[in-house]
Write a protein that binds this ligand. Structure first.
Ligand SMILES: [Mg+2]
Length: 215
């Protein structure tokens, strides 16, 4: 029982994440224009467009090299702070899964956890700052709890996905501590953080995909 993601599986997840991000451009840009400069979606979409184009070659690597390559692509293609943060996250993920042929539940948890640590360190941010961390951190927390408790993997997928979505939703009531929203009188209160929303899209697509792969 359980799942074992291969590099080819992860490449398929990348294609699906690209699709999800690509089709939500208008919505995410609208969110970003309320508090930022409106470039978050176009930057991230550029990165995922490139990853989607490279997905066949990604599928032929070891999972660790695949993470490393994704990190390099994101760092070079995505502009602004998101590129550095996602790049660092995937390079940390490559280290976390080094030596493994496939990604099982523990492996995926260690990947997401390593990504979270890298983003916190590189972004000098933490939970509650109204950033992508506010979606990823609760997802990692729930993932760890599910592994500790031996939760059924399908249930685990649903719980992690929900934690990421709820986390993104919770940014609506947060005051921004970083970025342009801090210059606004309301500090972005009342608006979702676009970075948290796109992070929740990725976790949502990932957990739905993983759920399909459980045998
Ligand atoms: Mg921006």
């Amino acid at each position: 029982m359980g799942f074992q993601l291969t590099a080819s599986d992860y490449a398929e997840y990348i294609r699906r994440a690209y699709k999800k991000i690509n089709e939500n451009g208008e919505y995410v840009t609208e969110l970003d224009l309320a508090t930022g400069d409106g470039d978050h979606w176009s930057n991230l979409n550029m990165g995922f467009t490139k990853l989607n184009e490279c997905s066949d070659s990604l599928s032929k690597m070891t999972v660790s090299d695949e993470m490393k390559e994704i990190g390099k692509i994101m760092m070079s293609v995505i502009g602004g702070s998101s590129g550095v943060l996602y790049g660092s996250a995937y390079l940390a993920a490559a280290k976390a899964i080094k030596g493994h042929e496939t990604i099982d539940a523990e492996g995926l948890c260690s990947i997401l956890s390593a990504m979270l640590d890298a983003i916190i360190q590189r972004g000098q941010a933490k939970e509650g700052f109204k950033t992508m961390i506010d979606s990823l951190a609760p997802a990692v927390k729930v993932f760890k709890e599910c592994i500790e408790n031996g939760t059924d993997e399908k249930e685990l997928c649903d719980k992690v996905k929900k934690a990421a979505e709820d986390g993104a939703e919770n940014t609506k009531n947060m005051e921004a501590v970083r970025g342009r929203a801090t210059y606004q009188a309301d500090k972005g209160i009342g608006h979702l953080d676009p970075g948290a929303v796109t992070m929740s899209y990725q976790i949502e697509v990932l957990m739905d995909f993983v759920k399909e792969k459980i045998r």
